[in-house]
Design a protein around this ligand. Sequence first.
Ligand code: COA
Length: 478
Amino acid sequence: MTGCRGVLAKETIPLSATISTARRGFHATRVASSGQTIQFNLADVGEGITECEVLKWHVKEGDRIEEFQPIAELQSDKANVEVTSRYTGKITKIHYAVGDLAKVHTPLVDILLDASESAAPAAAAAAPSPSSSSSSSSQSSPSSSSSSSSGHSGPVLTTPAVRRIAKENSIDLSKVAGTGRDGRVLKEDVLAYLEGSPLAHQAPPQFALPTAAGAVPPLPPSVTTTTTTEAGGLAHVVARKAVVGADREVEIRGLQRAMVKTMTAANQIPHFGYSDEIVVDQMVALRDELKPIAEARGVKLSYMPFILKAISLALKSYPVLNSSVNADVSKIIYKASHNLGVAMDTPQGLIVPNIKDVQVLTIFEIAQELNRLQRLGKEGRLGKEDLTGGTFTLSNIGVIGGTYAKPVLMPPEVTIGALGKIQKLPRFDERGNVVPTHIMIASWSADHRVIDGATMANFSNLWKNYLENPKAMLMDMQ
Ligand code: COA
């Protein structure tokens, strides 16, 4: 808890500030000369507070002030503070109006000390200020004047932020029941008042928009409510709607159960990732050229057969990527067949059938196999033969969307790739001109226990070269 403390601009003036909630006082330690006009500042309040709102002046300019007489009631975000004088004299200047934010280190009032005034030294330190009993003032003591809750007529204990909310919503704070300490009105109290208020449910004043033609109508009360932002302002939030139905438990079964098992096992393996951007202009053009021919033979030709064939060709140079590791990680088994798994989004869930021996298949044959697997997958009729024996997996998530992925291995395989969506993007050609280019991002993950990054990068570069110059595949196909 922190209190506001007034000090003289040039000299320290006896002055006390009482925190009504904590009932602490602060007293300066020097005596001021009589007949002198003094000016005192609002001292550093601490806790990062830089200003206090002036709630009420107990004096006006020209008023005489007695020792211990309350001068003003201030409010920081942390405490309600009453500033009292310990000198007798005349108020010659009041520096702030009610509602102003008095800045720390700036003057609150100027006082012309009585010529007869022999200012008594104040208590040496912050002893509790007996403000209510020792003052000769007729002003209420801080506790009695500040303890306010619903229906009280005295000043309401609250913070400037809450006052601001109340002001913005035209709420009379004296009507709000304060649930904080000593009846302090909290933000929650104002919000509860707002919610409970019939006015609030119709259209809170701050949201009452002009009804002129073209004006935006206020949001219906069932859709929004108000809340305070951290800065103390008000924000619209969508009102919580009635929940229909109940939470439900669903057994993890079938394909999902297999996924739990496989992915949990995969998580035991240290993976590394590698990504690159592939220019697929030529592949796109070639696919477009060959698509009608395949169609005439009853086969749908997508990009995947080209991509899978390029993988198989590159694997011939980097066979370790088409290997598996035995259970105790003592052996690498290089697989003779390129059984390329294709992650498939089916009505039953994710499944990964594989196309067997891609190393001996043509692009057309790969397309035929993929068509068959897709059809069976759609019908939920993929069998054990198609779902087992994979040696390397590719996930074309780009069919659904997205650019980058972080695929997770299918143990005991050691490599998996994910393809992003093919996009037409601006790129520089060799002459420095910006040209629209078909780009596909490939993201690889590999078992870092047996695969190193250089091998992965070399494989990816070779594969990329096949896709960027598909005719090069002809050179290496059997
Ligand atoms: N970017 C842009 N377009 C793409 C694309 C990509 N990466 N991949 C495919 N396409 C196009 C195809 O060419 C096709 O267009 P077309 O009709 O003009 O030929 C269309 O998208 C649909 O392709 P699709 O029939 O799905 O065939 P495919 O051979 O490209 O993909 C599967 C087959 C099985 C891989 C795909 O259907 C699939 O299920 N992908 C999801 C994989 C997944 O869920 N992965 C997550 C694993 S955690």
